[in-house]
Design a protein around this ligand. Structure first.
Ligand code: PLP
Length: 483
């Protein structure tokens, strides 16, 4: 299981137990056509710790299906790897899928769950992709990406971020998520600790677990704008600490680390030769002045130990193109490249041409990205004002990205007739989906159960409608906590 620096870890374990139980139930109910299923797990299964270092040593769990279709009978061992059993599926993907299914069934649901800009990919980028296909640029590229794109990335990182790399210090992947995964796999050994400030992007702890590492969660608070206290970081570092994951601007909070705080963090990191840093800067262009972005690798002594991760999904509205990258010292980047060479090989040739076009749009994406950021800012301001007026609700105004991470815990403890108790971010989200038909993501998925994440990557009229619906649903709940 994940350990929580400076806080008791019981909740995480019980959540994980629940999840394992759910997975057993879902599994035995699976509907493979024609086959009757006899899936059995020993009762100890649900009691297992999700500390995967221990899990790997446990006896194999055997699940057997008696397939009755076809001639004869065949027993199939359905055992999944302990690695898979230790990982939670992405909550944001699950809720987005659920909202889409409701919409298909005719429910007028407003989905504010996905981390995806509502804008179309800018035409100049789309054209470059179309031209790539027309011109037959449809073959494998070099594993680490085309020299053209890696050169453009180096130029971007130099000009916009003040960090120097050569093309052999870049690996282009099918999205930043793959870049992160490969970097974690490249440097973490079983039992190593990956330090993750909470609230965190849902995938970080799971990626650490998939690499047989242990996520160590460092809590932050809304009153500190969800910024990690460097002293708490210092206390969480052990001889097993291998990687610190930083995300600024943050998903899910929109917090932006000021340079001064990053400098304090860098001073602590510098004391630990084993500790590397992954700086996820995928939202860097979606930033609201006066906040400014600092690349962690640009701080004194940090280049040598930092993976700088970035991608095209967010600022360039290119989620479906699947294009991201990691930059870092050659020794580490070559290891990422080695993994990629046996995993997916190079990213799509078409997307890479589109990526070159994106980086040609001017400094920080030029006017086109500036206009998108302007729209995001208008939406943020509208929602911050609206939710800020609701009694008992706590907000830290986001300085970047397109999410609000709002503390609605004042509504916990309410019992709704015909619905049940609202006692967690999960139940409040279910209530809002049921009553307001707005899909949001429970903060528990990001490591903070008092909050809910609202993605404002939707048009202002849609957000206005969603806000009115949420407000109406909430005012029927009496704030459980006096303010
Ligand atoms: C913080 C953060 N990092 C990385 C990613 C991965 O982006 P992609 O794989 O689309 O490039 C996301 C996507 O939601 C994200 O929010």
């Amino acid at each position: 299981m994940a350990t929580t620096a400076g806080a008791p870890s019981g909740t995480g374990l019980s959540q994980s137990r629940g999840l394992l139980n759910q997975r057993c139930l879902g599994f035995s109910r699976s509907s493979w056509g024609g086959a009757s299923k006899l899936v059995s797990f020993p009762s100890s299964f649900s009691r297992r710790s999700v500390d995967n270092t221990k899990e790997l040593q446990l006896p194999r769990i055997t699940a057997v299906v008696k397939a009755q279709a076809g001639p004869g009978q065949m027993d199939i061992d359905l055992t999944l790897s302990p690695r898979v059993n230790s990982v939670k599926p992405s909550k944001t993907v699950a809720i987005t899928d659920q909202a889409a299914a409701l919409a298909r069934a005719g429910v007028p649901v407003i989905a504010l769950a996905a981390g995806e800009p509502d804008f179309d990919t800018p035409a100049v980028i789309a054209e470059a992709g179309i031209n790539a296909i027309r011109e037959g640029y449809t073959r494998y590229t070099p594993n680490t990406g085309t020299l053209e794109l890696r050169t453009a990335i180096c130029q971007k990182l130099k000009e916009e971020n003040g960090i120097s790399y050569t093309p052999d210090q870049i690996v282009v992947s099918n999205g930043a998520k793959q870049s992160i995964f490969q970097a974690v796999l490249a440097v973490c050994s079983p039992g190593d600790e990956v330090i993750i400030p909470a609230p965190y992007w849902v995938s970080y702890p799971e990626i650490a677990r998939l690499a047989d590492a242990t996520p160590v969660i460092v809590p932050t608070s809304i009153s500190e704008n969800f910024l990690m206290d460097p002293k708490l970081l210092e206390r969480s570092i052990t001889e097993k600490s291998r990687l610190l994951l930083l995300c600024s601007p943050s998903n899910p909070t929109g917090s932006v680390y000021p340079k001064k705080v990053l400098e304090e963090i860098a001073k602590i990191v510098a004391k630990h030769p084993r500790l590397l840093v992954m700086s996820d800067e995928i939202y860097e262009h979606i930033m609201y002045a006066p906040a400014t972005h600092t690349s962690f690798a640009s701080l004194p002594g940090m280049w040598e130990r930092t993976f700088t991760v970035n991608g095209f999904s967010k600022a360039f509205a290119m989620t479906g193109w699947r294009l991201g990258y990691v930059a870092g010292p050659k020794h580490f980047i070559s290891a990422c490249a080695k993994i990629q060479s046996q995993f997916t090989s190079g990213a799509s040739s078409i997307s890479q041409k589109a990526g070159v076009a994106a980086l040609s749009m001017g400094y920080a994406g030029g006017e086109t990205v500036k206009n998108m950021v302007k729209a995001f800012r208008e939406r943020r301001d509208y929602l911050v004002k609206g939710f800020g007026e609701l009694e008992g609700v706590k907000i830290s105004e986001p300085q970047g990205a397109f999410y609000l991470f709002i503390d609605f815990s004042c509504y916990y403890g309410v019992e709704i007739e015909g619905f049940g108790a609202i006692d967690s971010s999960e139940s409040l989200c279910r209530y809002l989906l049921d009553k307001a038909q707005v899909a949001l993501v429970p903060g528990g998925a990001f490591g903070d159960d008092s909050c809910i994440r609202i993605s404002y990557a939707a048009s202002l009229p849609t957000l206005k409608e969603a806000f009115e619906r949420i407000k109406k649903a909430l005012v029927t709940l009496r704030p459980a906590v006096p303010v």
